[in-house]
Design a binder for this molecule. Structure first.
Ligand code: FPP
Length: 251
């Protein structure tokens, strides 16, 4: 069943905060789907399915608030350790979601991107994401960034390998290497680093997510399980972010 997304008119509804205080890039660890389902005596897949409904609501709110980038930790390099049917279920969700919502996303100027080793995903997952990336390439509203087969250590190791190949080719020297140059080898090259990280589901850890990129990010954790997470908690996180003083190591 298609949930109500939003019309162009609704998306233009007034913004809740002045643009300058809104976190430009919000990254979310969407945790708690399994426990949500277990509490209801349902299979874990039911929690993931409900998790997609939360994605729809939060994307809608992010568009309204004029967030620039929303990165969602959808499938990690560690998630391959789960039972095969659960893996298959999760990896079908991007295609299911896009087959329903891509027209709404396009109408609302959303651009789709992915970070992670997407080449190793099943063809149907990869093709759905690549097709959405292609069809939304020229949109300049919210960048909806799916972290798929993403692992931060894997990303950093791959970046190092590629960078050393370029150094060996003489493209630049080791002395010229700086943070900016290195970050251009990450999946997030060219993307602003997250201003705010949200993790639902009560765990207080990063689980191999954006370790380099989160160096100066503000963190906000909640016990609320992802399927129960709503606009209310999202706005609470934004409000908390607005109160934080970011000094980046300075005074
Ligand atoms: C972690 O919760 C969640 C995941 C590994 C899957 C996340 C995927 C979604 C929320 C849906 C993705 C949506 C789209 C549109 C592609 P868990 O299963 O580890 O929960 P638990 O800690 O309670 O077991």
């Amino acid at each position: 069943m298609k949930l109500p997304f939003f019309t162009k008119k609704q998306a233009e509804v007034s913004v809740f905060y002045p643009n300058d205080t809104i976190p430009e890039h919000i990254a979310i660890i969407m945790d708690g789907n399994g426990r949500w389902a277990k509490q209801r005596g349902m299979p874990r897949a039911a929690g993931h399915k409900e998790g997609v409904s939360t994605v729809v609501k939060i994307v809608k709110t992010a568009v309204k608030c004029k967030v620039k980038v929303l990165t969602l930790y959808t499938f990690s390099t560690e998630n391959w350790k789960r039972p095969k049917p659960e893996i298959e279920f999760i990896l079908r969700l991007p295609k299911d979601f896009l087959s329903i919502y891509l027209p709404d996303l396009i109408a609302n100027n959303v651009r789709i991107e992915a970070v992670g080793d997407i080449g190793k995903l099943p063809a149907h997952t990869r093709e759905a994401i690549e097709d959405a990336m292609e069809r939304t390439r020229s949109n300049d509203g919210l960048l909806l960034n799916f972290a798929l087969n993403y692992g931060s250590r894997d990303e950093i190791l791959n970046a190092m390998k590629e960078m050393f190949l370029d150094i060996n080719k003489g493209e630049f020297s080791l002395e010229e290497l700086d943070e900016q140059k290195f970050s251009n080898y990450l999946y997030t090259a060219g993307m602003k680093e997250p201003d705010l990280l949200i993790r639902t589901g009560g765990e207080i850890r990063l689980s191999n997510f954006l370790l380099w990129q989160l160096a100066y990010t503000e963190f906000w954790f909640t016990d609320v399980l992802w399927p129960d997470f709503s606009e209310k908690e999202f706005l609470q996180a934004l409000e908390e972010f607005c109160k934080r003083k970011r000094r980046y190591g300075g005074l």
